[in-house]
Design a protein around this ligand. Structure first.
Ligand code: AOF
Ligand code: ZN
Length: 364
């Protein structure tokens, strides 16, 4: 099999770990000796151990003289785990094929250099575009200090996400809802505005059995701490983590009560109209979140789009029309000049049950 084929297998492993590895990137590693796969692993849940030592342990003595395929440049720093470069060198690996360079300033080319200095043949950039896509969350948190933000919208054909009376269950069908749960699973955290918590009382967990080993963090943007102590995601905050992003100094009593129920309070500056979303995203990245799925509602979608903080959109659209009285998906998002409109490019599109899913990415 070719280098590309083995790297594709490593990428598939890495993709499976998305949503489980934060604060670290989900890395796939495949070790091949004489054309046979002798070791394979993905970064462990929670980010440690890294993929390489796990794959090397599986390979044992067969790693000597083998080729290691890694989706991200092996680390060479003494972080919370020993350097993967040293593990590869000690195991006697002959060749290392790397997809993406690790943008972590502690690595950033130094990992590859260290392997070369030890006499290992190193190739870089094999399927780099695909790996950059898998690593996009980690790269966003290192380079921009905020997570990769994917906005999930479930709307009618005319872009409505709720009726005038606030009804929004269920616009899409069963298959679309299952796909949306899988999407939650591939993210480190899911965020909604407090309005959605007050009207829908959502649970926001990924309810696909066996899909996730690290529960997705539920984040509520709630500047004035209006979330009720009886909300579902407060009541079960000890089972799956709930973080509330609030304005500095908001309601100390409420704060204490929420904390006692197991909720984590994340403080950010804000204005009367809500929390500063950019600062909120930065605070989430500081706590290790690399991939954030934003699920609503319209106000939140509008604010993020207006601030140009949306990297990707997962748009589920149902074959139905609500009409002008419905709540527009980007409420109050009034662009007057076409030049100011954030544009996205289509990444993928296709049917999901009776609905469609269009995946979009922010145009460069
Ligand atoms: C790898 N293989 O599977 C991952 C890597 O704090 P530590 O020691 O866990 O190091 C975290 C850094 O390691 C992280 O910022 C990133 O640069 C790299 N992640 N590296 O060789 C892996 N997950
Ligand atoms: Zn490592």
């Amino acid at each position: 099999m070719s280098d590309q084929a083995h790297m594709r297998a490593a990428l598939a492993l890495a993709r499976r770990g998305l949503g489980n590895a934060w604060p670290n990137p989900s890395v796939g590693c495949v070790i091949v000796r004489d054309g046979r796969v002798v070791g394979r692993a993905v970064t462990a849940p929670g980010g440690r151990p890294h993929a390489e030592p796990l794959a090397l342990a599986m390979a044992g003595a067969a790693a000597r003289g083998a080729t290691a395929y890694v989706t991200l440049e092996p680390c060479c720093h003494h972080g919370r785990t020993p350097p993967c470069t040293d593990a590869l060198i000690a195991a006697g690996v002959a060749r290392v094929v790397i997809a993406s360079r690790d943008v972590d300033p502690r690595v950033n080319g130094a990992g590859a250099a260290r392997l070369r200095a030890a006499g290992i043949v190193v190739e870089e950039g094999v399927l780099a575009d695909e790996a950059d896509d898998v690593n996009a969350g980690f790269f966003a948190s290192v380079r921009r200090g905020r997570p990769l933000v994917t906005l999930k919208l479930a709307s009618t054909l005319d872009g409505r996400i709720a009726t005038r009376t606030g009804e929004s269950k269920w616009i899409t069908g069963e298959a679309g809802r299952r796909a949306a749960h899988a999407l939650r699973g591939r993210h480190d955290a899911v965020m909604v505005g407090v309005g959605t918590v007050l009207t829908d009382d959502p649970d926001l967990t990924c309810r696909i059995p066996g899909y996730k080993s690290v529960p997705t963090v539920r984040v509520v943007a709630d500047s004035h701490l209006r979330t009720k102590l009886t909300a579902r995601l407060v009541v079960d905050a000890r089972k799956a983590p709930t973080w509330i992003v609030a304005r500095n100094g908001a309601d100390p009593l409420r704060r204490r009560a929420l904390a006692e129920l197991g909720v984590t309070l994340v403080d950010v500056p804000g204005s009367e109209s809500g929390v500063d979303l950019k600062r909120a995203l930065e605070a989430l990245a500081q706590r290790g979140i690399t991939r954030l799925l934003v699920e609503g509602g319209g106000q939140m979608a509008a604010s993020l789009l207006r601030a140009d903080l949306v990297d990707r959109i997962a748009w589920f659209h149902a074959p139905a029309v609500m009409g002008g009285d419905g709540w527009p998906s980007a409420q109050a998002f009034g662009i007057s000049r076409l030049a100011d409109m954030p544009r996205f490019v289509r990444h993928a599109a296709g049917p999901v049950g009776v609905d469609w899913l269009t995946e979009l990415r922010r145009a460069a």
